[in-house]
Design a protein around this ligand. Structure first.
Ligand code: KMH
Ligand code: ZN
Length: 274
């Protein structure tokens, strides 16, 4: 129960904009400043999407390279996890742009689901193509689980050697169109993963902070940030993802869970040394 807690900050995403919350970062400088603030509050992983100057999402390798260089300059110890989900409708080739940079860590979504009024498409050929590119780059994968069957798909692909073990799961709960964010759903999902797997939870919208609390109590890890939720309390916009990280760090303190150091986070997540 006193396993150090790894907090991921999802600082940008592909869907939220400055019109939703002015603290959503777009430029390399804005992303790095936010990453630095989140690291200072206790986040050890930055889940990274990038934007064009007008805020539209892109998976362009050079845009990622610029943001990652700036993050490395301002928060050298932080773990950068690149998104391979990108935005709904992007091709696999587009989505895997940042894997050309051989990053330390990436996401891999192992199933298709409704995503609001749209469809987040991840067929087996798409999942295999992304996983193969990540393996070739030596990049560790975090499995994004929006619905229960995504775990079964990941287990199938792990048995076939497509996804390296031990597996690490992120339960992304509360997306309209996929699994909701209640504790019974979390407990069911946890019950279906291998004993040697690690897990974290990313609650979307109003589920974010209650699920963070639930994960801390259950020995799991936590993702928060503006990608998933814009508010620090009902009707009050977060001043940045850092404020949500701060709230989770306070919960951890209360629960007696120390925050992982960068080295501990890399050990827990089975990442190669930085
Ligand atoms: N933007 C979502 C459609 C990921 O980063 O890997 C997908 C997403 C998942 O955000
Ligand atoms: Zn994402």
């Amino acid at each position: 129960m006193h396993e150090p807690l790894v907090i991921t900050a999802a600082i940008c995403g592909a869907e939220v904009t400055k019109a939703d919350n002015p603290a959503v970062p777009y430029t390399a400088q804005e992303l790095a400043a936010e990453a630095e603030r989140c690291f200072a509050e206790g986040a050890r992983v930055i889940h990274l999407h990038v934007r064009r100057p007008d805020g539209t999402p892109t998976q362009d390798r050079e845009t990622f390279a610029a943001a990652m260089a700036e993050i490395r300059r301002r928060a050298p110890e932080v773990i950068v996890q690149v998104s391979t989900g990108g935005a709904v409708g992007m091709t696999v080739e587009q989505r895997t742009g940042p894997l050309d940079l051989a990053p330390e860590f990436c996401t891999l979504t192992t199933g298709t689901c409704n995503f609001g009024d749209e469809v987040f498409e991840n067929t087996f050929p798409m999942i295999r193509a992304i996983a193969e590119k990540a393996r070739a780059a030596g990049t560790r994968m975090e499995i994004e689980v929006f619905d229960a069957g995504f775990i079964d798909n990941a287990l199938l692909l792990a048995r076939k050697g497509v996804i390296p073990e031990p597996l690490h799961f992120d339960f992304v709960l509360g997306v309209p169109g996929a699994m909701t964010g209640t504790e019974d759903r979390l407990d069911f999902l946890r019950s279906t993963i291998p004993a040697d797997a690690t897990w974290m939870v990313a609650g979307v919208g109003r589920f974010e902070l209650p699920l963070a609390q639930a994960a801390i109590a259950r020995g799991g890890h936590v993702r928060v940030g503006l990608e998933d939720n814009l508010y620090v309390s009902k009707g009050v916009l977060a001043q940045g993802s850092w404020e949500l990280v701060r709230a989770v760090a306070a919960m951890a303190r209360e629960a007696g869970r120390p925050l992982a150091t960068p080295a501990q986070a890399r050990r827990i997540l089975n990442l190669r040394a930085a």
